[in-house]
Design a binder for this molecule. Sequence first.
Ligand SMILES: C[S@@+](CC[C@H](N)C(=O)[O-])C[C@H]1O[C@@H](n2cnc3c(N)ncnc32)[C@H](O)[C@@H]1O
Length: 210
Amino acid sequence: MSRYIPTLSFHWFTPIYDPLLKWIMREETFKQGLLRQVGIVPAMQVLDLGCGTGTLTLMLKRAHPDAVITGLDGDSQVLDIARQKSRGMNIQWDEGLASALPYPDSTVDRVVTSLVIHHLSTEEKRRAFNEMYRVLKPQGQLHVLDFGAPHSAFTRLIAKYMRRLEETADNFDGLIPLFIKEAGFGGVEEAKHFVTIFGPLSSWRAVKGV
Ligand SMILES: C[S@@+](CC[C@H](N)C(=O)[O-])C[C@H]1O[C@@H](n2cnc3c(N)ncnc32)[C@H](O)[C@@H]1O
């Protein structure tokens, strides 16, 4: 049985997750970049997988009020925070696991997942990408933001230390695009690269059925 890794590794850190991301990790920069990358149009079904406290989910809904936005996470504590932050907004919040998504096949237009993949063991990463592929409609798109392979000596140095944290080693070893391809996706490419004090982040896009 795989261990479940919550937002900041331990549940008692959850209350400081939002300020940490906002003030130390330049969350706004990379989440706005991801938002632009996703390409949502009205009535699309969009899943924010591992939505945490819902910051990105809310950004998606504010930018695209006519889209159907769902945030899913395996941790009821972060979902409670997300529900409070989204009072008055029409967002569906679901509790569930990345490796067993509670949705039928081919029903989602966009899966977006931010800073979640490095919480999953290698086997769970593969299962999660298989699940994302299953729930996406043909031509549906996957957009993943997470730690990625370093592009410079500076980020290689950070990655050397950060690879011991959670399940980040696959990320820093450049394996995420390979796992996405193995799940059946086509058109897999790194769309953007960001440098943060916790390590290099990449955003990838991929399409079901190319
Ligand atoms: C670092 S937080 C990222 C939250 C949010 N996506 C963001 O960008 O701020 C990682 C989230 O993934 C969730 N998570 C970890 N493993 C999961 C799994 N197997 N299934 C669903 N959610 C998971 C955690 O509960 C946590 O909320």
